[in-house]
Design a protein around this ligand. Sequence first.
Ligand code: M1P
Length: 270
Amino acid sequence: MSVVEGAGVYPALERRPLKDTICLFDIDNTLTLARRHATEEMLQVLSLLRQKCAIGTVGGSDFSKQQEQLGSTTVDVTSLFDFNFAENGLTAYRLGNPLTGNSFIQWLGEEKYQKLANFVLRYIADLDIPKKRGTFIEFRNGMINISPIGRNASTAERNEFEEYDKVHNIRKPFVEALKKEFPDYGLNYSIGGQISFDVFPAGWDKTYCLRHVEAEKEITGIEYKNIHFFGDKAYPGGNDWEIYDDPRTIGHAVKDPEDCLRQVKELFQL
Ligand code: M1P
């Protein structure tokens, strides 16, 4: 029987030898290669670590990616970790059970959202750019993604827009206009990709999941004094930076899953 199939017998959280310690892991390039499945060795080491302390995932993508990359058709990923945090913790599981989730629309409210959406669509309507396609606002669970050309752009059109934006500066002034128009909305803006920018509530980065970890005090009385975080994008601008740099965590920057394994084995004598 593989380690994955054998997962499931662990001391209760309050009976783990290091009961005030939790290890949280980013997924892509930390537990697995980007969009690939975790190795058997990684799952084995995580299983050994779970005998000593609590363990959890913190992914930026939606929950299905964790299932694909860490679980299998017969193994539920929530059985392999004490905590699973997807979308930075907006979707969360504790010991296999879902915790109260959150969403962008729930947080902002329909009225404010419509003011924002209408402003965005008017702004795009007035933009003079070589091409416009479709899906100018993509409505996601934890954020909205805004694209002046539209998310239906083909790969060639994406590349074209990216180059055009470098010269004609379309996205940056758009973000500035939104900041000016909605100063009291409490939103963060991030230009990460080629054709769009993300809009999400301030603080909804990976530190969001720490509220679930801290809530353990009210559930089992456990106060996690040592919150280790392992991630590969632990630099300003990377999506692991905020939680890595947070005073509540002990951050470990890793190069790749192999480096992560090495650090975990060394730190916890596995
Ligand atoms: O990961 C960076 C960005 O990738 C995509 O951006 P674009 O479509 O502009 O290349 C989007 O998924 C965006 O949300 C994300 O931040």
